[in-house]
Structures are given as C-alpha cells and as structure tokens.
Design a protein around this ligand. Structure first.
Ligand SMILES: Cc1cc2nc3c(=O)[nH]c(=O)nc-3n(C[C@H](O)[C@H](O)[C@H](O)COP(=O)(O)OP(=O)(O)OC[C@H]3O[C@@H](n4cnc5c(N)ncnc54)[C@H](O)[C@@H]3O)c2cc1C
Length: 484
C-alpha cells in the first residue's frame, strides 16, 4: 500500500516536471560539458582528468531528459537502472534519492559513473539520437548523484542482524564486492578473500587513479565493512586455502569472482626482450606497487619511446600511464582502424589530447634487441580491412611487403587476458570452458558444483565492471534463496 502511494506521488511529481517545460524547450538545452584538467598539466600528475559537473549543471542536464514513457536507455543498461527515475530526482534537487535509486540496481554507482561505456549502452539508446542531438549525459549524472551523496548525504549504514550463515567470496573486484554487499544486506556473514594486498581487483590494480581515484573505491569498501563484510587480504583461494577447506570451515556457499588476470602475449619473435611486458604487469607495478612514486622502490621501465599494442581500455590506460611516467613518444599500435577499437571513445579522445600517437592498421610481427638484450625496435606490418569476422568487426589483412622498423625502448602488450586458472584447476568436477572460464547457469550463476557460484570475468573472460556487478547481484539472489 505504501509503495502504491509512493508510486502515485512519484508519477505526480514526474508529470509536474514534464509539464514544467515543453519537450521543445528541453531539447534546446545543450548537453553539459565535463570540465577536464588541462592536458599539458595532467600528464605531469595522476590527478583525475574528469572534474565532475556542478549541481547547477546536473539539474540543467537532468532537465534535458524527456522522461520517455518507454525509456530505451533502461534496456541499454546491463543492470536496468531506473535511469529516468534517478535523473528526475536530480532535476528536483533530491540528490540522495537519486543515489538511492541508483543503488537499487548498482552497487558501485560512483565507479560506474566514471568507467562504464555509456556511449555503447544507456546513452546509445537515448531518444535524442532520433532528433540528431547529443544524448542525455547519463554517465555524468550518475557520477554526480553518487558523489553528491557520498560527500553531502546523510545516509548511515547499519549492520543488519546476522542470520548466522557464513558465505565466502574469492576475489574482491566488482563482482565480489557487489555479491558481498548484497549478501551482507540480507544478514549473511560474508568473508571476502583477496590474493593481493589491496581490495578492489582491477578497480585498484588496473584502472589508473587519473580515471578512477582510489578513494572512490575505498569509500565503497568502507560501506561494505560497515555492513559487516570481513576482508582477508594476501590469501589465495585454491593455494593458501583450498576450496574444500572453506567448506570444512563452515562456509555454506562460495562465490568465485577471481577475474581474468592472466595476460596474453602474441608469441612473436623477440617478445622476451627486456623492456617488453604485459599491461597487467606495468599497471600493477604503477597503480598497486607505487612504482615511480616517492618512497617506493618498485622497479619499472621508463621508456622514452613506448609502444602499446592493442586498442582496448587496458591499452589506453597503459599508454596514458606511460606518458605520465615520462615517455616522450607513446604510440598505440592497433591492427584494425580506430572505428573498431574496443576502448571507450572518451579514453581515445583523452589519450590523443595527451599527445599519444595512434598507429592504426599496423600489427607488430617481431622485436629487435640491442647487445644487452633490451628491445630497440619493433617490426610492424601494415594491414588493411577485409571481411567482417565472427565479432562483426572487419578483420585485418596484412598488406604484403609493407613492413616498417620503428625504434622503441619499451613495449606494453595489451592484447587481451585469460581467466586465472588456479581455482578452475583446483576444484574437482568444476565444468570449465575451452577458454578456461567457469561454466554457470546464466540465471543463478551456480556452477556444476553445488553451492559454488561464479561471476564476473572468471565466467565471461574480459568484460566490464557493470556486467561483473550484475553477475554478483544475480548470484547473491540465487544463493540467498538456496540457503534461507
Ligand atoms: C586496465 C583495465 C581497464 C579497464 N577499464 C574498464 C572500463 O573503463 N570500464 C569497464 O567497464 N571495464 C573496464 N575494465 C574491465 C573491468 O575492470 C573488468 O571486467 C572487471 O574488473 C571484472 O571484475 P571481476 O570482479 O570479475 O574481476 P577483477 O576486477 O579482475 O577482480 C578479481 C580479483 O580476484 C583476485 N583473485 C584472483 N584469483 C584469486 C584467488 N585464487 N583467491 C583470491 N583472490 C583471487 C584478484 O587478485 C582480483 O583482485 C578494465 C580492465 C582493465 C584490466
């Protein structure tokens, strides 16, 4: 009954907001621009590039939203956030309610507002495209609402009453965190085991602070701690503690969220030369182990001419990090054209503003070393686009005889990742795909082993933050139902 009343109130104010300004007037408002740090300054430091929009900008941008009766943006969101609902709350100036609406579907809105590929998801379905106008800046608004709530909100988190049932999580990336929060809110006693010495998975060791500051992730972790989630660091499930031991220790359910942290290489001549490394290694040294920062002695390569192989977000993070670590030339080498690059459009734009060079339609075929075994050059093959492959993207075809030698003194290979095999290899009767991902029932996320659930990149291969969180949420729903 209360819900019904709230809904009626909700539709009343939404109708009022709709009526307050005509659709034509809304459509005439230009899309908000995100204030950014100046490129020349930002390559000298690790400060967040996107500065966030002001409350005034947020309210105006929210006013652009037409509050469509059949909002396609919601279908474009992998976790179906009530996008018009949270945006209209911003328009009313009710920022905490906006954040609360976001939290109904997303455990980490401040993170998603910063790193989700909105242009391919929610914003790609916005009605404004039909009017040949820029979509509502849903990502910027999501970030605004989550930040405003964190900085000024009065919401307090209290620990729910325990139901006495222990559950374990292997891995503390977005899948594990989202699962842990949902289970803790239901009263389960949740322990998250993390192999590394920091909580957060890729959010900490992969995505650099200039895109996602650590304190945003830490604030989410603090909320989970307040809910009663227990974190154990430096503990590798399947090695430090075997999965069977967790069962013996009284954990009634296990959620495996161990990600896809195993780097792939191309297997081309010279790839073992000094100065050639994976993105994972490079970013982990810089982001997690303080390489390059005062007071840390973690060694890291400081190339003057750095080549980054690949066109995804990981490649963009690596190349932009290399610029910040002093590379005078930082070159992205990608075998297709820019249109096929999987990286977010904004990352490509920011990289270019920061002086990154793009060598598209080129593929490395080997590396040459100096007398000390250090890389000194790469051989690149020019490519052209052929027929689309199974991914729907036009496949790169070598242009015969078009090979160039480019001097480089550092190479970061960013051509994809595979699931970490440790847990899949150590659990008897666990069904694993040929790619090494754990096979699960899509709706419950339960694996072939009863009581063992899995989600995120360990199930999907390299995917996205929001999909990993969605998996955690579904697994929590199913496990809670099975255990209660
Ligand atoms: C550099 C980079 C940039 C990215 N940028 C974006 C972006 O902009 N937007 C986006 O949506 N996605 C992005 N992604 C992808 C996204 O981060 C991942 O899809 C997401 O983090 C997967 O979440 P997860 O929880 O499954 O795994 P992860 O985040 O990988 O976390 C897994 C955790 O499990 C731990 N672990 C592994 N094995 C064990 C074990 N045996 N026991 C205990 N702990 C274990 C790992 O140490 C790790 O902390 C990026 C990825 C990278 C690498």
């Amino acid at each position: 009954m209360n819900n019904q009343k709230n809904n009626m109130r909700d539709s009343a104010w939404r109708a009022e907001l709709r009526g307050a300004m005509s659709a034509k007037e809304r459509a005439a408002i230009p899309r908000v621009r995100m204030p950014e740090l100046d490129p020349e300054y930002r390559v000298t430091c690790n400060e967040e590039v996107n500065q966030g929009i002001s409350a005034g900008q947020a309210v105006l941008e929210a006013t652009r939203c037409m509050d469509c009766r059949d909002p396609q943006c919601v279908t474009g969101c992998p976790v179906h956030i009530d996008i018009p609902g949270f945006i209209k709350n911003i328009q009313r100036g009710h920022f905490s309610e906006a954040a609360a609406t976001l939290r109904l579907s997303s455990a980490l809105p401040a993170v998603c507002g910063r790193v989700c590929p909105q242009e391919k998801q929610c914003e790609s379905r916005c009605i404004y495209h039909k009017m040949k106008k820029e979509p509502v800046a849903i990502g910027y608004l999501e970030r605004f609402a989550a930040d405003a709530d964190r900085l000024f909100g009065k919401a307090t988190v209290s620990r729910p009453e325990s139901n006495g049932i222990k559950v374990a999580v292997a891995g503390s990336g977005p899948a594990g965190l989202s699962f842990a929060g949902d289970m803790a809110r239901r009263g389960f006693e949740v322990t998250v085991f993390e192999a590394l010495h920091e909580i957060g998975g890729v959010l900490k060791y992969g995505i650099p602070e200039f895109r996602l500051p650590n304190d945003i992730v830490d604030a989410e972790i603090e909320t989970l701690k307040a809910l009663g989630v227990n974190f154990v660091k430096d503990c590798i499930i399947g090695k430090t503690i075997p999965v069977e031991q967790l069962e013996a220790d009284g954990y009634k359910g296990i959620f495996v969220a161990s990600g896809a942290g195993l780097p792939r290489f191309m297997g081309i001549p010279g790839e073992n030369l000094i100065g050639i490394m994976s993105s994972n290694e490079y970013l982990t040294r810089v982001n997690l182990m303080g390489a390059g920062k005062k007071g840390f002695d973690t060694p890291v390569a400081h190339g003057k001419i750095a080549a980054i192989i690949g066109g995804g977000n990981t490649a963009m993070d690596s190349v932009r990090t290399a610029r910040r670590m002093g590379a005078e030339r930082a070159i992205v080498v990608y075998r297709r054209s820019e249109d096929e690059m999987p990286a977010r459009v904004e990352e490509i734009k920011h990289a270019r503003q920061e002086g990154v060079e793009f060598m598209t339609l080129h593929n490395p075929i080997g590396y040459l070393g100096d007398e000390n075994g250090h890389v000194r050059a790469m051989l690149v093959q020019r490519m052209e686009l052929g027929e689309p492959d199974e991914s729907g993207r036009r496949s790169p075809v070598p242009v015969e005889g078009a090979i160039e030698e480019i001097p480089v003194d550092m190479v970061i290979v960013s051509v994809g990742v595979s699931p970490n095999p440790l847990i899949p290899d150590s659990v008897a009767n666990l069904k694993v795909s040929r790619r090494g991902t754990i096979e699960v029932n899509d709706s419950t996320m339960e694996s072939s082993v009863a009581g063992l659930y899995a989600g995120g990149d360990i199930v999907r291969g390299g995917a996205t933050v929001i999909l990993a969180m969605g998996d955690g949420k579904r697994a929590a729903e199913a496990m809670a139902e099975a255990l209660l």
